[in-house]
Structure formats: C-alpha cells, structure tokens
Design a protein around this ligand. Structure first.
Ligand code: NCD
Length: 307
C-alpha cells in the first residue's frame, strides 16, 4: 500500500499504515533473521545537510540489517554542494543511483520540493524546525511498548516547542488518537507555533494547556517528552544561553510522577535529563533510539514494496 510513497510529513501515513509499520517492526524485533536478506540489491542514499547521529546511523543500520547497501554523505561540504551544485541537481543525480533517499536539510520544505524532482521515494529525516516524521515512528513504538495503547494518554512535551521538529510531528500524529491530551511545557519564548495550535490542536478539538513549570504538572503525566533547546535555530547566542537550561529533569522532579510514567527524548540531550535517571524504569530514551532503527527497517520495507 505504501510502495513508492514519499514520507515528507507525519500525516503522510494513515493510522492503518502506522499500525502496519508497528506490527512489522515488532516482528523484525522477534525474528530478525527472517528479514536479513529482504533488501538485497537495494541501495539507500542518506543525504545529510545537517548533523545527525541516530537518524542517519539508524537509517544506515536499518538498510544494512535488511541486506541492502548504503551510499551518501554526512557533511554536504564533502559533496558537490561545496562547488555550488543546486539541491535539485544533487537529487536528480542520486536518484539515478539509489532506490530510496533519506534526506535531512536545514530548510523547511526542502524534502517536499525535491520530491517533485526525484525519481525515487524521498524520506524526510528532518527539515529545519518543521517536521521529523521518522522520529515520530520511533516515538510511537516506544509509547506502544511502554503503555500498550495510544489512547487516553496525557502527554507532556517539554522544552523547545517552537523549533523542535520532533515535537511538531509527534503532536500532529498523536492528535489523531482518541482521548489524547497535551501539556505543553516551555518558556514563553519557545512556545508551540500558533499554526500547530490552530490547524492541529484546535481543529481536532484536542485538550491542551500551556505551562511554564514542569514541577506543576509532573504528577498528571503518562508520557513526558523532553527536548533540547535547538541552538542552531537561534538568531542570537545570548537568547540561547539564557534559555538553554530552562528544564533539567532529575530525581527530585521525578518524585511526584506516576510510577508508570514513560520519559522519552529524541536525543541528543544536552542538559535536560540528568544522567542519574538513565537506569530508572521510567527512562525510555535509549530504548527509543533502538526502536527507531526497527521502525526504519519496517518503513524501508514498506516504501520499497518488499513487505
Ligand atoms: C532530533 C532532531 O534532529 O530533530 N534528533 C533526532 O533526530 N533524534 C532532535 C534534536 O536534534 O534535538
């Protein structure tokens, strides 16, 4: 059903397609040997115009674990971009070589623009402060494993809600499930963009509140999604320095939480989560990074039409 589809926005996947990807990822986790050769002869290109650890490496690990191969760059200054080549020409060229492209770019909408040029499917691996749909897939499997269901959850999203693309994709997706509520926790300077409030939360009649203090809402939350203040999107260093440590989740703050709270973070963390809670049963963020690889394996299989 998904074959040859571009994945540019978290809304590009229907609820049914998300369910299929989750089931497939869960099966891959159970019996990875059954999937080890399914992408033999297929090539993934990872074109990363912005830094990455998990997204790029998990895409590459995903393709390699499916028996496929990988080409690409992790730093566009080592490609012909440095010589002045346009994004459109790079994509035209790579789409002659590979079967699927995962691309990260600082410009919002860049993956959508190149999807019209590419002859092969484009997966958005993060476009500026806009969207990051495959991180949402990792988040969804984590929530499913932690809580068993997506419905009736109170989800706290904390940190840089203005520039955090993972937050935008997650809210858009989770707003489609029954009874989900959001608590948006941020300094006033980093509040969720008004288009998300109007076109997603209000439009779907989702309950939400905006607060500045994490401590005030901790006991109500089922999920706490922490995020890093997105330094690279700030115009001015002084603002970043003032806001960067707005939230630091530590043992003390966790004391009031539910015992089955699930703490997620797309990573990288800077200071937002103290390392002394990494071994707490409520900390899911490293499992989340692992789930991201399995969800990308499932997505690649679907988009290439192998499964
Ligand atoms: C996120 C991103 O790139 O948007 N990282 C990731 O993909 N796991 C979050 C971030 O960089 O803060």
């Amino acid at each position: 059903m998904l074959k040859r589809k571009n994945i540019l926005d978290s809304q590009d996947l229907s609820i049914e397609e998300i369910e299929e990807i989750i089931s497939l990822a869960q099966d891959i986790i159970k019996q990875p040997q059954e999937y080890a050769d399914l992408c033999k002869g297929k090539l993934l290109a990872t074109l990363f115009y912005e830094p990455s650890t998990r997204t790029r490496l998990s895409f590459e690990a995903a393709m390699l674990r499916l028996g496929g191969q990988v080409i690409g760059f992790s730093d566009s200054s080592s490609s012909s971009v440095k010589k002045g080549e346009s994004l459109a020409d790079t994509i035209q060229t790579v789409s002659c070589y590979a079967d699927i492209i995962a691309m990260r770019h600082p410009n919002e909408g860049a993956p959508k623009y190149v999807a019209n040029i590419s002859k092969i499917p484009i997966i958005n691996a993060g476009d500026g402060g806009h969207q990051h749909p495959t991180q949402t897939l990792a988040d969804l499997l984590t929530i499913r494993e932690a809580r068993g269901s997506f419905e009736k959850l109170k989800i706290g999203v904390c940190g840089d809600l203005k520039f955090g693309r993972t937050v935008h994709s997650l809210i858009k997706t989770m707003s489609r499930y029954e009874g989900v509520e959001f608590v948006l926790i941020s300094p006033k300077e980093l509040k969720i963009p008004s288009y998300i409030k109007e076109q997603v939360l209000d439009k779907n009649e989702i309950k939400y509140m905006e607060v500045e203090k994490l401590e005030d809402v901790m006991e109500e939350l089922d999920i706490l999604y922490m995020t890093r203040v997105q330094k690279e999107r700030f115009f001015n260093e002084a603002d970043y320095v003032r806001l960067k440590d707005s939230y630091i989740l530590d043992r003390n703050k966790l004391e009031k939480s539910k015992s089955n709270l699930a703490i997620l973070h797309p990573l990288p963390r800077v200071n937002e989560i103290s390392e002394d809670i990494d071994n707490d049963s409520r900390a899911w963020y490293f499992k989340q990074a692992k789930f991201g690889m399995y969800m990308r394996m499932a997505l690649i299989l679907k988009v290439l039409g192998v499964k």
